[in-house]
Every structure is written in structure tokens, then in C-alpha cells.
Write a protein of this length. Structure first.
Length: 120
């Protein structure tokens, strides 16, 4: 009986580990040090909201949602929308997680811009 309980516990733990590896929730700092963003569930997707800015006089604002409707699109990947406060436009967005590094990308047609983030 103890072996059965142990085997069931190990089996459940093996399912939990991949989900933890794909978790982008929490705060991320931009590699340039210019801003921080927090990802959290919003409805049936993930959203990213600015939590800190080095330059509070720019077009971006703390509390502004800049990633929204981000849904899983592959292993450690999400797609949705990305808002750029600098030009006021919304782009198709992608995110890829690799350990404690997150790369976000906003694209219009074939033109894309990527930003790297590090988990805080």
C-alpha cells in the first residue's frame, strides 16, 4: 500500500513539474533596466501590466496593460496582443520562455521587435 501511495505521489509530481516550468506569472525586468512588468491571469489568458518605469515622463505609465490575451501556442510559448505605449499601436504578440528569461515580440506584417526580460 505504501508503494502504491508513493508511486501515485511521484506520478502526480511529474505532471506538476512541467506546468511550473511554463509559469510566466510574476514580475519581470527588461534587460535594459528601463521597466518592469508583471504577468498574471486575466480571464482565460495572461496579461502583462507595467509595474515600474525608470523614466516616468515617457509615454508608458505604471498600471498600463501592454500584453493581453496571451494564450499558450506551444511549449513555453504564448501568442496574443502587445501594446506599444511609444506609438500607441497594438501588435500581434508572442512570448517565449527559457528558464528565467522571457523574450516578447510584437509584429506588424513581417516587421517584428523583440525585448528580453529577466525574472525578478
Amino acid at each position: 500500500m505504501k508503494r502504491l501511495v508513493l508511486a501515485a505521489t511521484l506520478t502526480l509530481a511529474s505532471f506538476a513539474l512541467p506546468a511550473m516550468a511554463q509559469d510566466i506569472g510574476g514580475e519581470w525586468g527588461r534587460d535594459s533596466g528601463a521597466s518592469r512588468i508583471a504577468f498574471a491571469p486575466c480571464g482565460n489568458a495572461l496579461c502583462g501590466t507595467i509595474t515600474w518605469l525608470r523614466d516616468a515622463n515617457g509615454p508608458a505609465r505604471v498600471g498600463q496593460q501592454v500584453y493581453f490575451d496571451m494564450k499558450p501556442s506551444g511549449e513555453n510559448e504564448w501568442t496574443g496582443k502587445a501594446f506599444n505605449p511609444e506609438d500607441g499601436k497594438t501588435y500581434s504578440g508572442k512570448m517565449r520562455l527559457n528558464g528565467n528569461r522571457l523574450v516578447t515580440e510584437g509584429c506588424v506584417f513581417i516587421l517584428c521587435k523583440s525585448v528580453e526580460w529577466v525574472r525578478n
